[in-house]
Design a protein around this ligand. Structure first.
Ligand code: OAD
Length: 256
């Protein structure tokens, strides 16, 4: 394992040769946009609020109005945030490699707003309103504290995946396929504590991929990875992109 703030030369070479790059992002990628992470000891959402009170189906059944207030607050926070240089670098990377699959645990749309397409939303989307009973998508009537489903009259809920709930089937299937198929897997801005998302890196590794972590604080899993770059994604990713672009133009010249 290599741990460095610099981009290792070998990694640039590996990425330049890559056929399929799979990226998993977590809350850290949006931290530089001013969106709090979950597990930061001071500012993390789970340092201030108990997940079992706000992010479980039982909590919603007990007090749906409280849950809606919290998620509306998060929607406003995210709407007033802008994508950062890490989000933009990931969107640009897709133009430098033959195939890129982006899987995010984030529910904030910031990757999409930075230009990434076909983002696999592993934990749903903060801005979707779903029927609590059957999961169907609807547009919530914002004048109601707890919006209701126009079809069944039951409560609508925010379309995020809560603790104890299954990952959306297509997101799980597509992510596992990409992790198993890629030759480079980048785990960026995630504490790698929440499964099944955290298992994607090992799935990739077990299928022969080079696995890379980008995080200012290397995680418990980093020792199993091939490279751990200790730095903020908004700094490391543009540098990585620049190194690749420089190398690629050098390569293009030498191929002429
Ligand atoms: P966490 O809050 O668990 O971890 C955020 C990670 O980002 C930490 O490892 C930080 O060190 C790192 N980090 C902080 N600033 C960074 C920066 N500028 N650049 C790169 N990394 C940085 O967030 P997740 O791993 O995303 O689930 O959490 C996983 C899931 O747990 C979330 O999707 C959410 C939460 O409960 C659900 O809501 C279902």
């Amino acid at each position: 394992m290599t741990t460095s703030c610099d981009i290792p030369e070998a990694l640039c070479q590996i990425l330049r040769d890559a056929r399929h790059v799979c990226i998993l992002t977590g809350a850290g990628v949006s931290a530089e946009s001013g969106v709090p992470t979950f597990r930061d000891a001071q500012d993390g959402l789970w340092a201030q609020y108990a997940p079992q009170d706000l992010a479980t189906p039982d909590a919603f059944l007990i007090n749906p109005a409280l849950i809606w207030r919290w998620y509306r607050w998060r929607r406003e926070l995210v709407n007033s945030a802008m994508p950062n240089s890490g989000h933009y670098a990931i969107a640009s990377l897709s133009e430098l490699v033959p195939q890129l699959t982006l899987v995010t645990q984030n529910v904030d749309n910031l990757h999409q707003r930075a230009g990434s397409r076909n983002v696999i939303e592993f934990h749903g989307n903060l801005f979707n309103d779903r029927c609590f009973a059957d999961g169907s998508l609807h547009i919530a009537d914002e004048s109601l504290d707890v919006p209701v489903c126009p079809d069944c009259g039951g409560n609508l809920r925010p379309g995020v995946v809560w603790f104890g709930e299954a990952i959306p089937e297509s997101a799980l299937h597509e992510s596992c396929s990409a992790a198993a198929d890629c030759d480079v897997f980048l785990s960026i801005g995630t504490s790698s504590q929440v499964y099944p998302a955290a298992g994607l890196a090992n799935l990739a590794k077990n299928n022969g991929a080079i696995v890379v972590e980008i995080n200012p604080e290397p995680t418990m899993l980093a020792a199993d990875f091939d490279f751990a770059i200790a730095g903020k994604s908004g700094v490391v990713l543009p540098e990585l992109l620049e190194s690749l672009a420089v190398k690629r133009s050098g390569q293009d010249r030498s191929e002429k």
